[in-house]
Design a protein around this ligand. Structure first.
Ligand SMILES: Nc1ncnc2c1ncn2[C@@H]1O[C@H](COP(=O)(O)OP(=O)(O)OP(=O)(O)O)[C@@H](O)[C@H]1O
Length: 261
């Protein structure tokens, strides 16, 4: 049975007098995979930061995995949340091997130090590497990988701990067409599995929405423009409102394509 993994009630974030998120109400269940879209500066990354228990709302309540932010030790919560972002990738030592980048997730650290790894962790890391088509790269240095390979390693690291909630901040940003399509396919396969956790993915492009995604939130100026099941939410009309320009949306074989009217 599905459980609620995120419950935001009237969440606002104010920084330096700027309202970055403004009265966001949002519920994410364990069997849902969400895409969050919106113009630059809409507040998407800030929304993910709260979902990751990395930031507190200025007002309102954020319940994450049924614990209320402000009333829970975030260090207990964070191991249950997988988070892949460019900011996380920057913390990974460039000379770390791919296997170690993924393996160290089991201990919530970046950079291998003196941890003793159990065989079971190593076996799981190898299985995760295989799922994300990285088995041939296990011994390569993270810094020597292509952008596309590095993105897959970030996601493999994020799923290594078998999280209850997976957060992806622009996983396909900066990828070439081939690498993007490979990632979208892998993500689609992962998202379609009933065993996958709840997923929230921030992206700038509807073309990057993988199959298996069920819900969408459109955010603009810190406010929810529209949110709900993907087929009802992702429409030309709603995208036009979120981006402040006429946008035509096409759907083909479960993938989306958008252009200005
Ligand atoms: N600590 C801060 N202090 C002041 N303003 C901030 C702070 N953090 C973010 N902002 C501002 O809040 C707004 C939302 O930022 P956020 O990164 O969440 O948006 P975004 O939708 O992810 O944007 P993008 O698509 O460009 O990545 C931006 O205008 C940003 O400059």
């Amino acid at each position: 049975m599905a459980t609620t993994v995120l419950q935001f009630s009237d969440v606002s974030v104010v920084r330096d007098g700027n309202t970055i998120l403004d009265g966001v109400d949002w519920t994410v269940d364990s069997d849902q995979r969400w895409v969050v879209l919106g113009p630059n500066g809409a507040g998407k990354t800030t929304l993910l930061q709260i979902a990751a228990a990395a930031m507190h709302p200025s007002s309102g309540t954020a319940e994450i995995l049924q614990e209320t932010m402000g009333k829970v030790d975030v260090f207990e919560l964070r191991p249950m949340i997988g988070f892949a972002s460019t900011a996380m990738a920057r913390k990974v030592p460039k000379n770390e091997t791919v296997l170690d980048v993924v393996l160290t997730a089991a201990y919530s650290v970046t950079g291998r130090w003196n941890e003793e790894y159990e065989d079971i962790d190593t076996r799981r890391a190898q299985r995760v590497l295989s799922e994300w088509k990285l088995d041939d790269l296990a011994d390569r240095r993270f810094g020597s990988l292509s952008d596309g390979e590095q993105k897959r390693v970030q996601i493999a690291r994020a799923v290594m701990t078998d999280p209850e909630l997976l957060l992806l901040d622009e996983p396909a940003a900066s990828l070439d067409l081939g690498a993007r399509e490979e990632l979208v396919q892998l993500l689609g396969g992962y998202a379609s599995s009933p065993a996958a956790p709840a997923i929230v993915m921030v992206t700038h492009h509807v073309e990057e929405i993988p199959g298996g995604f069920t819900h969408a939130m459109l955010l603009a100026d810190g406010k929810v423009v529209q949110a709900g099941p993907l087929d009802e939410t992702l429409t030309g009309e709603h995208l036009s409102r979120a981006f402040g320009m006429g946008i035509t949306l096409e759907e083909r074989d479960g993938r989306f394509f958008a252009r200005a009217e």
